[in-house]
Design a protein around this ligand. Sequence first.
Ligand code: SF4
Ligand code: SF4
Length: 284
Amino acid sequence: MKLSVLYRGALETCNYDCSYCPFAKRTETPEKRLQDTESLQKFLNWVKQETAVQFSIFFTPWGEALPIARYQRAITELSHLPHVEKVAMQTNLSARLDFLQDADRSRVALWCTYHPSQVSRARFVQQCQTLLEQEVRFSVGVVGKPSHFEEIQRLRQDLPEQVYLWVNAYQRGAQIYPYSPEQREFLKALDPFFEHNTVRYASRGKACFAGETVITIDEHGDIRRCHFVDQVLGNIHDPDWKSALQPRLCSRGFCDCHIGYVHLKELELYSVYQDGVLERIPVL
Ligand code: SF4
Ligand code: SF4
């Protein structure tokens, strides 16, 4: 049985301070750190014991986790488990990357977001170069704010051609930024799949792999189909947790985030991303 798991623990801090960030604006208290450490350990124990499941694990923290030693150890440990096919993480790529030397790097993947207001492009590209040297799979992306356009273009020029660059549609409030046709063309020339991210997919009642072959798990071990539907389906510490997995229809009005709509069956995006669904690397 194959299962993709998006894990989001109690972590809610970040070393960056992006203006467009909806979360990660809190300071980590000792209590929160302890809670996150304990819940991460319980999650790891559960993965270790469920040897009949072929896992792909994707850390989608509510903040930045890659510089934190407990998450580096988790990635390293998971990458060596025979029943873990992949361990991926969303990151701003600010962390030292030495720890990857101890991981099975053929099973590690990173979703790396460039935040032009927080780090120089030269430093970010240097980190990407380290990943290339270490043969770690990764995608790179940027929020498509009009003020970022020049930086996005320069980033594309600085990265080797084989590195996929995605651009997320900039959300102004609850609305997607009203790009002009020229702006759309500009971004499509940089990211051939940019248009996928500019749509609020009407998903209610539509079949989705979320809750069937993809789940999210929180710091309590609660299982949900995705990060966007709050209904709890079960808990990983229940002996019959697998009974929570079944074909499901989306109960939300729309889905507009890659980590959600990529699993919407009618979009058939698994054929676009194949082995790179979680870390967002399409087959180009
Ligand atoms: S790096 Fe990510 S989590 Fe951190 S402030 Fe920026 S958008 Fe938020
Ligand atoms: S379509 Fe999006 S919101 Fe609906 S279940 Fe799937 S991932 Fe969740």
